[in-house]
Each structure stands twice: as C-alpha cells, then as structure tokens.
Design a protein around this ligand. Sequence first.
Ligand code: AMP
Length: 313
Amino acid sequence: MKIVRTIGGMKAAVRLAKKEGRTIGFVPTMGFLHEGHLSLVRACRESADVSVVSIFVNPLQFGPKEDFKEYPRDLERDRRLLEREGVDFVFQPEASEIYPAGYRTTVEVEGLQDVLCGRSRPGHFKGVATVVLKLFHIVEPNVAFFGQKDAQQAVILRKMVEDLNLDLELRVLPIVRESDGLAMSSRNVYLGKDERRAALILFHSLAEAQRMYRQGERRTGVIVARLKEMIAGEPLAREDYVEIVDCRDLSSLDLIDRDVLVALAVFIGRTRLIDNTILTSGKNPSSYMKGGTESGSPSKLNLRGAEDEKNPS
Ligand code: AMP
C-alpha cells in the first residue's frame, strides 16, 4: 500500500494504472475509520482493479463553531486497517495541498444543499461538493463509493455528477450499525457512557417510523410528530430536525406515495448525530441511491429499513 501526499503523485499513479488498462475505485473519507468505511473499501476492492482511499479532514465543510479541530484522527490505525484490506493507495494530502493560498473556486448544488442538514450547517455541502469534485479530478475514479449514512450528501453528489457530466459511477452502500443499532460514526467517540445509551433514540425512532409505515400510516405529519415526541422523551437528546422527504429531490411531502427518506439529526449532549432510513413499498424499489443500473447486486443497497439495517447483508 502506498501513501501519497501530493496531487502530482496521485495523478501520476492513476495515469500509470489507466495506461495499463486498469479501473480505479475510490472511497473518500475523513479518516478515523470504522466498519462503515471498511464496507465501502471492501466493495471498492471487489469492483475495481486499483483501490484508492482518501483521508482528508476537509476544513471547507466545517462551520466556524464546528468540530474541525477536535475531529478525531488516528492516521496510524487508519493505515493499518487499510493495509489489512489490501488497499493500493491512500491519498492523504495536507489542507494546503488541496487549498493553496489564494484558492477561490467552489461548487454549489443549489436547492439540495439548503434543506435538512444544510439548514443548521450553512456552507457544509458547498464544502463537501467542492472537495469531492477536486478529489474526483485528482483520482479520476471509474467508480466511487459513499454511505447512505450521509444520504443528503449522496443525493447532492449524484446530482453534481449528473449536472457536470462526470464520467464515473457513484455507488451508495447501506448504513453499517453497531450491534444495538447505533449507526457507526467517527463522532460516536465523543459520547460519554450515558450519552451512548441515549444515542439509541435515533435508531429506535427510525424503527418506529418503519413500524408505523408497515402498519399502513402514510401521513408524514403523523409519523414525524411521533418521532419528535420520542426524541423529546429522551432527556439527553435535543432534536435538530426530523423530516420525511422524497428520496431523489429531498422535497417535503404530506403523504407517502413513493420511496421516501426519513432523516434525523439529534444532538446528544454536544454531539450532533444523523441517521436515516428509507420507507419503500418494495414493489418498485427506488434506485436513486444505488447508482449505475438496476442490475447491481441488490444487497448493495438496503431498502428495508432501520431494523434490518442492523445486520446489512
Ligand atoms: P466520513 O469519513 O464521515 O466523511 O465518511 C466517509 C464515507 O463513509 C461517507 O461516504 C459516509 O457516508 C460513509 N459512512 C460513514 N459512516 C457510515 C456507516 N455507518 N455506514 C456506511 N457508510 C458510512
């Protein structure tokens, strides 16, 4: 496994691999890796000849009052994990390599960037889209992997790929959870013991949404109200938002008449956690996240909901 720190070095490695007719798979991360990241890495290894994982805590996607400085980092451990997975290249640039003095260009995916997490994190998705577009230009992947954990990010990046005619396939894989249901996240390390227990309110709320939907509830207002009530009942939790939106364009709905995303953001103490699930009729499952064509392995996208996501296939 090679560690590459410069854009020039990464471009040269990619150029060589492509000249040899090999395909490139790419997993962008901010490091402090867990099984969620590693599920993407494994899919990447299976799908492409050469695997590239980037580790870059992107300053542009953090607000001034957010946790850029504290964001957990453990590069030694990350490298060991990636080496064990058989990754070919780790791209690990300094911030000054990606944003040299005088840097001015950004990418905005209008509309989609302003809803859900965009409301409480203004500028976040501009930072994400900008860095991912830059990374795509540097790594030139044939296929890139993202997690449904960050569903809004996936929708935004898919739109960017479409709108800017990028020649790559974007694949989105299911949320990997701890054995009790908590979605894995690098930020879970911030949680104290009581907070860790309280954080299960996200998973339990999503499971409740699935249950209500299975029992025939189709009014988004009724489901959202129940989830808000559950979150309010957990003393260590403070809701940021609970919303049910169209899976493709993130627009709000009164009635569930298509595949929808139930998305939440909840503060547990000072830690803001996000989670989501998809409510689907199952008759005509949406392929909005999976990417590529419907012919991909069905196990690659879990459309079954929070309870089943506990043990993703
Ligand atoms: P991050 O390091 O948080 O920027 O995440 C890098 C990638 O891993 C993103 O595409 C995330 O959506 C994905 N990811 C993070 N947590 C999980 C999880 N629990 N399950 C699946 N994918 C995840």
